[in-house]
Design a protein around this ligand. Structure first.
Ligand SMILES: *[C@@H]1O[C@H](CO)[C@@H](O)[C@H](O)[C@H]1NC(C)=O
Ligand SMILES: *[C@@H]1O[C@H](CO)[C@@H](O)[C@H](O)[C@H]1NC(C)=O
Ligand SMILES: *[C@@H]1O[C@H](CO)[C@@H](O)[C@H](O)[C@H]1NC(C)=O
Ligand SMILES: *[C@@H]1O[C@H](CO)[C@@H](O)[C@H](O)[C@H]1NC(C)=O
Length: 485
């Protein structure tokens, strides 16, 4: 440690010495000794030891540490001296400069919380007419129950589903005897002429015939607080508990299953920049299975319905499941699809493209006014497949778990993290040039692999000068102001 300090001091002295001895007035740019010194200095700066800081307890950062150490970085406890920070949230990162490389954008909750994602996809649906039918295809319609208009819209949507079941007409909805609760809600809030009251269209590929809805607390992860309902009164009662805000989402009643078991796809995505929008998708992904065969007969059985590994782990402790460790690599899935479809490579021919499109539309909903030069965002998309193999977005995680819990993720996560640093740390000189994101387009397939490994660039957008850039406000001063108030 002391040795390191001495080394840093030494380099600093050399830097200061060179700077002082070469003021611009006295420098002849062609002077050979100047050039030599300049090159040496450049080299020294390039080889200067870089530091990183990790501020997160809930994940396994072995892979991040290993990858950065292999690049000659070393870990520090004090953030002041770090070049790269990895943490749970923007507030915890608290970067002092836009040049510090950090693993979040300032507004990551706009995509990483269930409420943010729902609100922004619903906004995009209204804002961009060219995207609304795609959004209806990929996103099970969702309502933010903490917003009165959306709650009312949800109640209407729920009752539309019920009326279909029991065969009553739309006009009868508001006086349906089964739904006293709803009648009270709507009478309290007279908002029939409100343009914000939107009941989203029905989605045949997911609706099923039981009018099942799922509610999720906005801020929780790992399946905590998620419940499935067919009864409106019970659903609304449930969401009144505690301080959580909830979203209600149409449950996908007809998922694609393997061995009659439900699963979802965990797909890693990397956003390099928000304005211009630059998106990478990891070529690998993996499947996370439930432990018990799929059925809508027991909606309270989490082992049937929720594919989060943290939920299913409980079952795995003392039971055998149809799939070892409840996971499949992409290769196993591709083979399965081929076997099911007479050798047709469904993944390559259509599914992969559909998933890319899903990712791009989803990220377009993320407000782009939080561009910060040093930020990147590693996202874990949870994608379900409908019975007819349409990918559906369940949620987006801005801190995808990196625990090495299964043989499968030991390989997957290692590739993801090692190659992530290729994207975010290498080629700084190319990215630096004024919004020169298009350099990627000139790369051959081989060069892309050389530069980005398993991360495939899937969207290179234009820079939008009309978007006001985000400005870093030091948290320290905010805290002080709060105290003074
Ligand atoms: C509709 O929603 C927007 C955005 O949330 C809000 O600004 C506006 O006041 C709402 N309109 C009404 C009539 O409530
Ligand atoms: C819904 O649940 C409430 C409260 O548990 C119950 O009184 C009501 O009968 C249920 N409604 C239906 C349609 O099952
Ligand atoms: C973190 O990863 C290391 C390296 O694979 C492993 O030895 C350790 O058990 C992991 N810890 C957790 C909590 O997953
Ligand atoms: C940024 O977002 C605005 C609206 O929120 C949109 O009109 C604009 O096209 C976006 N710019 C880029 C580069 O995506």
């Amino acid at each position: 440690m002391k040795l390191l300090l001495v080394l840093i001091l030494l380099i600093s002295f050399v830097v200061i010495f060179i700077n002082c001895s070469q003021t611009p007035e006295t420098t002849d740019i062609n002077d050979e000794s100047y050039q030599e010194k300049y090159n040496k200095l450049k080299e020294a700066l390039k080889n200067r030891k870089k530091h990183y800081k990790i501020d997160q307890v809930l994940s396994n950062h072995t892979l991040i540490r290993d990858a950065l150490n292999a690049r000659g970085y070393s870990e520090v406890k004090k953030s002041r001296s770090s070049n790269l920070k990895w943490s749970w949230s923007w507030d915890m990162l608290n970067p002092s400069s836009p040049n510090l490389i950090v693993n979040h954008f300032p507004n990551h909750n706009e995509i990483g919380s269930k409420k943010g994602l729902t609100t922004n996809l619903n906004n995009l649906y209204h804002r961009d007419q060219s995207l609304n039918s795609h959004i209806s295809t990929i996103f099970p319609r969702s309502y933010d129950l903490s917003n009165l208009q959306q709650k009312e819209s949800f109640i209407r949507d729920f009752n539309r589903g019920n009326s279909k079941l029991i065969g009553i007409s739309n006009q009868d909805l508001l006086i349906s005897e089964n739904n006293n609760y709803m009648i009270n809600e709507i009478q309290e809030e007279e908002k029939d002429n409100d343009p914000n009251l939107t009941v989203y269209p029905q989605q045949k590929h997911i609706d099923g015939n039981k009018n099942i809805w799922i509610v999720k607390p906005s801020s929780q992860a790992r399946g905590v607080g998620i419940q499935i309902f067919t009864n409106l009164t019970q659903l609304l009662e449930y969401t009144k508990q505690g301080n959580d805000e909830y979203i209600a989402q149409k449950y996908v009643e007809l998922p694609y299953t393997i061995k009659n078991t439900k699963f979802d796809i965990r797909q890693f995505v990397l956003v390099k920049s928000l304005n211009p929008l630059v998106i990478f998708k990891l070529k690998e992904c993996y499947l996370r299975f439930c432990s018990v065969e799929y059925s809508t007969d027991n909606l309270n059985d989490r082992f049937v319905h929720l594919s989060n590994f943290q939920v299913q782990k409980e079952f795995l402790k003392d039971n055998k499941t149809p799939f070892p460790e409840n996971q499949w690599s992409l290769d196993l899935f591709k083979n399965h699809l081929m076997e099911e479809n007479n050798g047709k490579d469904i993944w390559r021919e259509s599914l992969d493209e559909k998933i890319k499109k899903l990712i791009i539309t989803t990220i377009k909903s993320w407000p782009n006014n939080s561009q910060n030069k040093g930020s990147f965002e590693l996202l874990g998309f949870d994608i379900l497949l409908s019975k007819d193999l349409e990918p559906l977005l369940l949620e987006v995680n801005t801190n995808p778990g990196l625990h090495l819990l299964t043989e499968n993720v030991k390989i997957h996560h290692k590739i993801a993290i090692e190659d992530l640093f290729k994207v975010v740390l290498d080629n700084a000189d190319k990215w630096e040039k004024d919004n020169n994101q298009y350099w990627i387009n000139d790369l051959s397939k081989e060069e892309k692999i050389e530069h980005f490994g398993q991360w495939e660039p899937i969207y290179i957008g234009d820079y939008d000068p009309s978007v006001k850039p985000f400005e870093i406000v030091k948290m320290q001063s905010i805290k002080k102001v709060n105290k003074e108030n």
